[in-house]
Ligand binder design. Structure first.
Ligand code: GLN
Length: 308
């Protein structure tokens, strides 16, 4: 059939490129099979097309960031969240230790400083750290339409190497952006990043965004359309870190990458797309994922700025 054949063809093309390598900062990610490759399309009317290793699981990592930002906005409302996390592209690496000069706010929710803060704002005031993690995993599961679990070994290993994220969290605490023990928040953020997903799950999560916050298969309204507009806008400007400008001009799809090799894109009213390939470029984005999205955008005219 048409779509799977197309997907298989594009996967075969990008397979030629063996540049980049899996994330090296923890052994669990460095040991990933670098040749795993998958692509999945999920439409807003619930059709799903996959090719390659589309059911293989890996950790969601930074792709959790837009979804947990959405949960924070849904749980708290806009004002308290915007008070603590900006929406300006930083043009910097994902783990940059930088905050807004006057306020100490993280520049946006897609860099680690903003994502750690967003994690702290998910759920309700006074919720303990463990209950908040449950809220986050439940929320990510609702986006996917399937019960998701945490990879405990990735989580434990990441916690042992969390010095940079701990430094960021302590800085946030010193500015009063975090109001609790920084270690508890980083612990929760690291668990959030260690949630296991398949490329199929990620495509469904992206399709839920594309569908205004309603999962196209389960029918659950996970967050409202106003929240989704905010999240997609931030993905469009900040989702690819210091490669955001190249991505915006060449691919033109609101997107988010993760260091385990996942990549999602969401086209409002149309489709969620996800790819998986662990070899990363110098920005921490999947090499083959970026190529795949470039092809999808060009072949199907998906660039949001293109006049139809
Ligand atoms: N857990 C990773 C971190 O916080 C996620 C980073 C990423 O996917 N870019 O460093």
């Amino acid at each position: 059939s048409l779509v799977p054949d197309y997907l298989e063809g594009v996967l075969a093309d990008v397979r030629q490129d063996a540049s980049g390598q899996p994330a090296q900062y923890i052994p669990e990610l460095a040991a990933a099979d670098p040749d795993r490759l998958a692509a999945v399309f999920a439409t807003v009317d619930g059709r799903v097309y996959g090719a390659g290793d589309s059911d293989a699981e890996f950790t969601i990592q930074s792709i959790s960031k837009p979804f947990v930002y959405a949960l924070a906005l849904a749980d708290r409302g806009f004002a308290p969240v915007l008070d603590k996390i900006g929406v300006e592209p930083s043009g910097e690496a994902f783990n940059q230790i930088s905050l807004e000069r006057e306020t100490g706010r993280p520049l946006n929710p897609m860099i680690n400083a903003g994502a750690i803060t967003a994690h702290s704002l998910a759920g309700l005031d006074g919720m303990g750290a463990a209950t908040r993690v449950e809220r986050v995993v439940d929320g990510l599961s609702a986006f996917a339409g399937r019960r998701l679990a945490v990879d405990e070994s990735v989580c434990a290993s990441e916690m042992e190497h969390a010095h940079r994220n701990l430094a960021i969290a302590h800085m946030l605490r010193s500015h009063g952006i975090l109001e609790e023990d920084p270690r508890d928040v980083v612990d929760g953020y690291v668990r959030q990043c260690a949630v296991l997903v398949s490329t199929r799950d990620l495509a469904m999560m992206a399709a839920t965004l594309a569908n205004g916050g309603r999962n196209p298969v389960t029918g659950e309204q996970v967050v409202d359309a106003r929240v989704v507009r905010q999240v997609l806008s931030v993905m469009a400007t900040c989702g690819m870190y210091d490669a955001a400008g190249d991505w915006a001009t060449q691919v033109g799809i609101p997107a988010k990458s993760g260091v385990a090799g996942g990549l999602i894109g969401a086209l409002p009213g149309q489709i969620g797309i996800a790819t998986f390939s662990p070899r990363l470029d110098t920005h921490g984005n999947s090499v083959r994922g970026v190529s795949l999205f470039g092809r999808f955008s060009a072949d199907m005219g998906l660039h949001v700025m293109e006049v139809p």
